[in-house]
Design a protein. Structure first.
Length: 422
């Protein structure tokens, strides 16, 4: 009897360990399959996800403007006066159909109609500003292109002189063995035309890729439409989402939604500040280098900064070409150096410090999550890496590190306490 009891206890322990190990393997397999399914769904629905994210970001920009506009008394009075004749006509038609119907009384439109009108005005204003901004920023390049066409003989002679001087410098300062190696790398195994053939191939691939992107025109059109509905019906959408959850999860869902809203607000404000800084610095730098149209090109630099990661590169290439055509290769080289330093300083120091301060994340964390986001999500992943990291920090602080007594921990200036959620 004494021997049987320890053996039975040992058997129970072994069975418990085997059961626990089996359950652990099952949970790991389920988690792995869930991750695979989420990854597959994300890849398949990439265009829809990108459309929703961009529309949500645009809604965060539009909502403060629309709410401020709808809260103005003059805005309410003006549109109420415009709607009053239509209300009178509706009341007269109603009395014709129903003789006992009450007469129309003059009063305000209400908050929801005013919000719809203000959001529509905001959307029209943003589209107008975008179209006008594109027109203004392209004017210098159109002007220079016309000037090149009018003085093509002079420009072609100047380019031949530049090419001759560059060739002479190359042959005079580069060692023969280095020149041989460079020419072999350029020509490859196919002779002199290899570089030209590769350039033609790259150009053809670029045209094909551009033709494939034409199909995304529907998503581009849907972005402002979705942003419009996100602004006017954000509360309804939030109530629909929270109402679909269980009662125990609604409070936490509201908390996370409020945290996400505050994080995105702080992130967008930081991005706008970075665009403003980039525009001012580019304008001042180009004016100091003697490049024409510094204000317009500074505006171009600030606008293209909104493109994640490669915005300064996209804005810098046409400006360098403009400097090459208008001022020559020396000034163009200085402009290229200026944009290289600006891109390095902005992406490695200013952006991590500013966004890290607004989201209460260390600059090193910002740099790391940008690299991770670029590895898994490309440009869009790098753009949304910082707010996603801030939201992950909120969830870790609430559900793991500071659970229990410190249940209200949040992301500093970018977060809210549970009392604010209530």
């Amino acid at each position: 009897m004494q021997v049987t009891e320890p053996r039975a206890a040992l058997d129970q322990t072994v069975n418990a360990w085997m059961k626990g190990a089996f359950l652990l393997v099952v949970r790991l397999w389920v988690a792995y399959m869930l991750v695979q399914y989420v990854g597959y769904t994300t890849v398949r629905l990439q265009a829809i996800i990108v459309t929703l994210l961009v529309a949500g970001t645009l809604a965060f920009v539009m909502r403060p403007i629309a709410h401020w506009m709808a809260g103005l008394r003059a805005f309410d009075a003006f549109h109420s006066a415009l709607a009053w004749p239509f209300a009178q006509v509706g009341a007269m038609a109603s009395r014709r159909l129903r003789p006992g119907a009450p007469t129309a009384q003059r009063r305000g439109l209400g908050l929801y109609p005013l919000r719809i009108i203000a959001t529509l005005y905001t959307l029209i204003m943003l589209i107008t500003v975008t179209v006008y901004g594109v027109r203004v920023t392209t004017d210098p390049f159109v002007t220079e292109l016309k000037r090149v066409q009018e003085n093509w003989t002079q420009y072609s002679s100047r380019m031949r002189d530049y090419s001759r001087d560059a060739t002479a410098w190359y042959e005079r300062n580069v060692k023969p063995e280095w020149r041989t190696w460079i020419e072999q790398q350029i020509d490859g195994d196919e002779g002199v035309g290899a570089l030209r053939d590769r350039a033609t191939t790259w150009f053809g691939l670029g045209v094909l890729r551009g033709a494939e992107n034409v199909r995304h025109i529907v998503e581009v059109v849907l972005m402002p439409v979705l942003a419009f509905y996100f602004v006017i019906d954000s509360r309804k959408l939030k109530h629909i989402f929270v109402g679909s959850l269980g009662r125990r999860r609604r409070r936490e869902a509201l908390y996370l939604l409020r945290q996400c809203s505050c994080i995105m607000h702080s992130f967008i404000v930081s991005q706008l500040v970075l665009c403003l800084i980039a525009g001012i610095v580019v304008g001042i730098g180009l004016a100091a280098l003697g490049v024409p149209y510094p204000l317009t090109l500074g505006l171009l630099g600030g606008i293209t900064r909104a493109i994640p990661v490669i915005g300064s590169i996209i804005g810098g290439i046409p400006i360098v070409l403009l400097a090459l055509v208008s001022q020559g290769p020396i000034v163009a080289a200085w402009v290229l150096i200026f944009f290289s330093i600006l891109h390095f300083t902005e992406s490695k120091f200013i952006m991590p410090l500013l966004i890290g301060d607004s989201l209460d994340l260390h600059p090193v964390v910002i740099i790391v999550v940008l690299l991770v986001g670029g590895e898994f999500g490309g440009l869009l992943g790098m753009f949304f890496a910082a707010p996603v990291a801030a939201l992950v920090r909120v969830m870790l602080m609430r559900y793991w590190i500071c659970s229990g007594a410190a249940d209200g921990a949040g992301p500093g200036r970018a977060g809210l306490t549970p009392s604010q959620v209530e």
